[in-house]
Design a protein around this ligand. Structure first.
Ligand SMILES: N[C@@H](CCC(=O)N[C@@H](CS)C(=O)NCC(=O)O)C(=O)O
Length: 223
């Protein structure tokens, strides 16, 4: 046993990517096991490793953690990325839920029929620029601090930078009308743990491709 958290998921972003980001942001190294066959997935279920027969699975501190939000909460709490008091925590949770909703729209996108993707992407970009990004822009402008909550680096910042980079992959000038977010992005990408995660060869996963989609469909027997 290496003592590092062990992450079990497909070899791609999906629901695990925010967990990878949060661990990386906290400066925690982890091992990964990638599901490549249905048999591996069924073995996990048979072995009683998956509380609800679903991945992501994160094994750490003697726990077998499932449910993405529960996992993220545990990591954020353990590594002091969840605010200094209940009020900060509530604020962080609200910002996190916003970026989760935004990134959640990307989750099913590669699994949609190709002919629907253009319209879906347009709708995601529209929501991002009119509903979500303005909230973070305004927050940063109003309090004039470096980070979203309490002027210290938190889970909310990690997810915001993940979401920004994901959006920029689809629309490189998405931040054109958001100067605070441009400055935030530059700052966040310079935080040593984040900078390291952005280097080639890190555990960060690329955008989903057809091979990833096919593997997930095969393992989960999706149509
Ligand atoms: N609420 C769960 C949902 C997990 C989930 O749907 N996982 C998918 C893979 S991304 C899965 O294991 N699906 C198999 C199933 O639901 O039978 C979470 O957020 O972790």
């Amino acid at each position: 046993m290496s003592g590092k958290p062990k992450l079990t998921y497909f070899k791609g972003r999906g629901r695990m990517e925010s967990i990878r980001w949060l661990l990386a942001g906290a400066g925690v190294e982890f091992d990964e096991k990638f599901l490549e066959t249905k048999e591996q997935y069924l073995e996990l279920i048979k072995g009683g490793h998956l509380l609800f027969d679903q991945v992501p699975l994160v094994e750490m501190d003697g726990l077998k953690l499932v449910q993405t939000k529960a996992i993220l909460n545990y990591i954020a709490g353990k590594y002091n990325l969840h605010g200094k008091d209940l009020k900060e925590r509530a604020q962080i949770d609200m910002y996190v839920e916003g970026t989760m909703d935004l990134m959640g729209m990307f989750l099913m996108y590669p699994f949609s029929p190709p002919e629907q993707r253009e319209a879906q992407l347009a709708s995601i970009i529209e929501k991002a620029t009119t509903r979500y990004l303005p909230v973070y822009e305004k927050a940063l402008k109003q309090h004039g601090q470096k980070f979203l909550v309490g002027d210290h680096f938190s889970w909310a910042d990690v997810q915001l930078i993940e979401a920004i980079l994901m959006l920029e992959e689809k629309k490189c000038d998405i931040l054109a009308q958001f100067p605070q977010l441009q400055a935030f992005k530059a700052r966040a990408c310079n935080i040593p743990t984040i900078k390291k995660f952005l280097q080639p060869g890190s555990p960060r996963k690329p955008p989903p491709d057809e091979a990833y989609v096919a593997t997930v469909k095969k393992i989960l027997s999706l149509g």
